[in-house]
Design a protein around this ligand. Structure first.
Ligand code: SF4
Length: 372
């Protein structure tokens, strides 16, 4: 049997696909070079935007034609769309997916297809190591808590062992992955490691073991240790100290802000204000020299006024992000914001205009001077 995996979406999905390869090879399958030569096709899906979802429907419908000529071929759908379908107790979403993807044979959540397997190693120099899966935060625009479920940390020792193996195999760089890496370990109890309670932004948060894990990985001697993604409200003082004292930990921190306006942040269920975000940035800059920041921003979220958008532009200018993933808000099934609590009322033309302003400001620095 030969398999072929098509991956949509984020770096975490790409890392998951390496585990799926490893899992399938352990069952005796061999990689195929194309869909045409494969008997077992895995589509690792993404739901972050409607366009990503539509690409999956299009692909599976094309593959169905191929399947009609090759009866042995199996099409497996995993990743966010399957997670959502299987976790939706009403069964409505699974029914919808089946009707829109008649070519698919099975829908398997990501944690049931090789998630515990060591990933297939390649000749790349950077390894991606998932440390947790899922999220407890329920930002109102996001489907992750529904597609991947609640945050579950992978065992501490297993992560260290995996990083040691990667080091021996010659990997120079490692990136630790999770939807919210800096809350890693809230669900674990490790002897001799006292959980750290984040007190940033004036609120007590859940305990975390991430600073210990990051430092232990850094001490294994990689040239570079990176991590993504971080939530501003879980960024502990201890984490800043660990980064400051280990020179091989990244000096470019990805810290999603999503909006620079307090009211929009509230509607998004993001638990910080623009000032608190800026205070965190200043604190990190004060303790770590040459630090740079990248971010994620959503424009045109439900009810975003011109004034609220301008606050985001203002915040971006203050931080001086070196790069940003700017996306236009689109309604996602099951996410709280799409559940009739807010209206997706910003016209497309306005969303596109705001997207361009931020993309030009952050990602095309040669245009910066022209943006007021
Ligand atoms: S923190 Fe918010 S945006 Fe990030 S995965 Fe969790 S719910 Fe989604």
């Amino acid at each position: 049997m030969k398999y072929f995996i098509k991956t949509f979406g984020c770096v975490q999905n790409h890392a998951d696909s390496k585990r799926i390869s490893s899992y399938l090879e352990a069952q005796g399958m061999k990689p195929a070079k194309s869909y045409e030569t494969a008997d077992y096709i895995v589509i690792n899906t993404c739901m972050i935007r409607e366009s990503a979802e539509n690409r999956v429907y299009g692909l599976i419908n094309n593959l169905k034609k191929m399947k009609n000529e090759k009866s042995k071929m199996k099409i497996i759908v995993t990743g966010c769309m399957s997670g959502m379908a299987v976790k939706d107790k009403t069964g409505k979403f699974l029914k919808l997916l089946k009707s829109r993807m008649p070519g698919a044979d099975e829908f398997i959540p990501i944690d049931e297809i090789g998630f515990d397997t060591t990933p297939l190693t390649t000749n790349e120099k950077t390894a991606f190591v998932p440390i947790s899966n899922g999220c407890n935060n329920f930002c109102t625009y996001c489907v992750v808590p529904y597609t991947r479920g609640r945050e579950k940390s992978l065992p501490y020792e297993d992560i260290i062992d995996e990083c040691k193996k990667l080091k021996k195999l010659g990997y120079n760089n490692v990136t630790l992955l999770g939807q919210n890496v800096n809350s890693y370990g809230a669900d674990l109890k490790i002897k001799n490691l006292k959980p750290i309670y984040v007190k940033h932004l004036g609120r007590h948060r859940i305990p975390t073991l991430f600073p210990y894990l990051l430092e232990e990985v850094a001490k294994l001697g990689f040239d570079k240790v990176d991590f993504t993604s971080s939530n501003p409200w879980d960024f502990s003082d201890e984490l800043i100290d660990v980064i400051a004292r280990n020179k091989n930990i990244t000096r470019t921190i990805h810290l999603p802000v999503q909006s620079g306006d307090d009211n929009v942040l509230k509607r998004m269920n993001r638990w910080y204000t623009a000032d608190e975000y800026l205070a965190l940035i200043s604190k990190i800059k004060a303790q770590i020299s040459n630090i740079k920041f990248t971010t994620d921003i959503i424009v045109g979220f439900c009810g975003e006024t011109d004034g609220e958008f301008k606050n985001t532009v203002k915040l971006c200018k203050k931080v001086g992000f070196t790069w940003a993933f700017v996306s236009v808000y689109s309604k996602r099934p099951m996410a709280v914001a799409s559940n009739k609590i807010y209206e997706d009322d910003v016209p497309h033309t306005v969303k596109d205009k705001r997207w361009k302003i931020l993309d030009d400001l952050i990602n095309k620095p040669h245009l910066k001077k022209k943006i007021k």
